[in-house]
Ligand binder design. Structure first.
Ligand SMILES: C[S@@+](CC[C@H](N)C(=O)[O-])C[C@H]1O[C@@H](n2cnc3c(N)ncnc32)[C@H](O)[C@@H]1O
Length: 195
């Protein structure tokens, strides 16, 4: 489901969230497996939607913490509800914010994960620099994005070329890229490291 970045609020957002929680569950879990965090890591989830990935991260980070940002107050409400015990216990903090302005200090996270949200980051260059800023040196960014959502913007190869340049300009190194089949279609997996 790709409703445009403004389609995630209110009733439209609730309907989208119900579909995403079901259809994108495997991508969210694959993103956590790809990240492979240590139990005591601090990980930021960007564009977490209904919070399925936040729950998967929390289960892995038995001694760590999860931060999360999403510009949709509806998604934050639903994700807080899905992760209520961890939020109330202080292990998870989910806030309304977008990738271009992340309300955490420099170097706060060992890893950042974004599933089906990179295509909405606006401006993308500013957002990637923000992600680089909140990552500790050597920290990892993993993104998984439906190819069909990318293709609404540009052919996947061209989009990867464009993102590669922006990632490099933002200070990331060691880009790895591949596609992988998921329940709701082919996904583009990007993995990169902050310098
Ligand atoms: C297609 S949904 C994906 C949700 C979930 N990660 C999944 O795959 O099911 C995109 C999410 O990105 C969020 N989003 C939109 N623009 C964003 C931005 N600029 N920065 C961070 N998240 C954004 C939306 O509010 C929405 O929750």
């Amino acid at each position: 489901m790709d409703t445009g970045s403004n389609g995630f609020e209110g009733m439209t957002g609730r309907l989208a969230a119900a579909a995403m929680a079901r259809l994108n569950r495997d991508m969210e879990r694959a993103a956590v497996a790809e990240l492979d965090p240590a139990p005591d890591d601090a990980v930021l989830a960007v564009g977490f939607g209904p919070g399925v990935g936040v729950a998967a991260l929390t289960a892995r980070l038995t001694a760590g913490t999860v931060g999360g940002i999403d510009p949709s107050s509806t998604m934050v409400e639903l994700a807080v509800r899905r992760n209520r015990a961890a939020v109330e216990g202080g292990r998870v903090r989910l806030v309304v914010a977008d990738a271009a302005s992340i309300p955490w200090p420099d170097g706060s996270f060992g890893a950042v994960v974004a599933v089906n949200s990179l295509q909405f980051w606006d401006p993308l260059d500013v957002s990637l620099r923000e992600v680089a800023r909140v990552l500790a040196p050597g920290g990892v960014l993993v993104t998984l994005t439906h190819c069909w959502a990318i293709e609404k913007r540009a052919p996947v190869d061209e989009w990867v070329e464009m993102v590669t340049v922006l990632l490099r300009d933002a200070g990331f190194v060691g880009l790895e890229s591949r596609t992988q089949p998921f329940r709701s279609g082919e996904g583009l997996v990007l993995r990169v490291r902050a310098r």
